[in-house]
Design a binder for this molecule. Structure first.
Ligand code: NZQ
Ligand code: ZN
Length: 385
């Protein structure tokens, strides 16, 4: 096991009806800015519920944070924070709204051009406004981590930053809030959580036994609950398990002390920034190809994954690896997610464009061995045509 530090200060408040506890979770004297997305928080009644729980506090609102939140929109929220002397943020939504709130929290306290926070990955963030979240979409794990991904629309640049100052103080996880999600978003959430787990597991062995078993448990849980999560929106136990699994997949626990890959995400972010494909769908395009191209360096873990996650025990090593990759692809397809660029009407021009953007963003040495050069990324995309 590698050396590590594990720190996660986010308090999780889990279960139906717990939005009411915002009354105690948010400081009584706070000037609160509620951040939310398009129409869903209003339509589902969650926004009213949140406002009722906040009672007589000074409450302000900023709506319109789009999926794949943009710097351009978020800077308007930063202005509002300054204008209205906001001292607490409350994100009500999915990963996009929560990531947006993290950026606003850091940018509002930042000296200089806030885009630098993303260009430099967050290391220079010294402080941020405190904030909490009410999660309405299980997928990203943003509700219990210190990462945020923001897109600069003008240049099609989607970058991430991390800072210990942007862990949410608390996140309210009410699984019944997911009942209103379109099936497509549930499919996306399952695929995103699956790939988060894979990016921290399917690398090379370092004798990190609990991390491996924990990751395998999360993957098996997702495989087990996926059909019901899609078919029975109001099955509480299924949605509760999906919500907590997605949180655990990216709250730092399974990633502690192990090598991490993240190349699928970096390549995927370029596909979203260029073509607007949903985050999770880009991952389903890239991952099966990446596993194929990187099968030699990932060999030992691929065999472990085949046996323990998919119960593939017969055939030669290569046959078992092929079968595990095929099962992974079939799993995404079973969620209704296409796994090839052609499924999104993209061809060779997209391969060239993504490679050019990876180069422009310095993504030239990706993966757990930093050996995914632009040429390797090209081969991965080529295999996904
Ligand atoms: O905008 P509204 O109207 O609210 O609708 C949203 C949005 O259109 C809708 N929605 C959310 N909750 C709903 C609902 N509709 C009905 N009922 C509800 N309860 O769902 C749509 C998608 O929401 P979004 O927040 O964009 O989805 P997701 O949670 O998948 O977040 C994706 C973003 O997170 C980033 C991605 O790159 C992407 O920008 N990621 C963040 C990570 C992190 N911070 O750790 C890691 C991830 O790998 C990922 O990169
Ligand atoms: Zn993701």
């Amino acid at each position: 096991m590698k050396n590590f530090e594990f720190y996660n200060p986010t308090k999780i408040v889990f279960g139906p009806g717990r939005v009411a506890e915002l009354a105690n979770l948010v400081p009584a004297a706070a000037r609160v800015l509620i951040l939310f997305g398009g129409a869903s928080a209003q339509k589902t009644g969650t926004l009213d519920e949140v406002k009722a729980a906040l009672g007589s506090r000074s409450v302000h609102e900023f709506g319109g944070i789009e999926p794949n939140p943009t710097y351009e929109t978020l800077m308007k929220a930063v202005e509002q924070v300054k204008r209205e002397k906001i001292d607490f943020l409350l994100a009500v939504g999915g990963g996009s709204v929560i990531d947006g709130a993290k950026f606003v929290a850091a940018a509002a306290c930042f000296d200089g051009e806030p885009w630098d926070i993303l260009l430099k990955g967050g290391g220079q963030v010294q402080q941020a406004l405190p904030f909490g979240t009410v999660l309405t979409l299980p997928a990203t794990g943003s509700e219990m981590n210190s990462g945020s991904v923001v897109t600069r629309k003008a240049t099609h640049t989607k970058l991430a930053f991390m800072s210990r100052h942007v862990f949410p103080q608390f996140s309210v996880l009410d699984p019944t809030k997911t009942y209103t999600l379109p099936t497509k978003q549930i499919a996306n959430g399952i695929a995103d959580a699956f790939v988060h787990t894979v990016e921290q597991y399917l690398t090379y062995p370092v004798q990190a036994l609990p991390q491996d078993r924990f990751a395998e448990g999360l993957l098996q849980t997702l495989i087990e609950i996926a059909p019901k999560a899609l078919a029975e929106p109001e099955d509480y136990d299924t949605r509760a398990n999906l919500m907590w699994t997605a949180t655990l997949a990216l709250n730092g626990l399974i990633g502690a002390g192990v090598p991490q890959d993240w190349a699928t995400h970096m390549i995927g972010h370029e596909l979203t920034a260029l073509y607007g494909i949903d985050h999770a769908r880009t991952l389903a395009i890239v991952l099966p190809s990446l596993l194929k191209v990187k099968r030699e360096t990932k060999r030992a873990k691929l065999l472990q994954y085949a046996e323990r996650v998919w119960h593939i025990t017969s055939g030669t090593d290569d046959e078992r690896i092929d079968a595990a990759i095929a099962r992974t692809r079939a799993f995404f397809e079973s969620l209704g997610i296409q796994t090839q660029l052609s499924g999104y009407a993209l061809g060779q021009e997209a391969v060239d464009a993504v490679v050019a953007q990876l180069e422009a963003h310095g993504m030239t040495a990706l993966g757990e061995h930093k050996d995914i050069s632009l040429e390797v990324s090209r081969a991965i995309l080529q295999a996904a045509l």
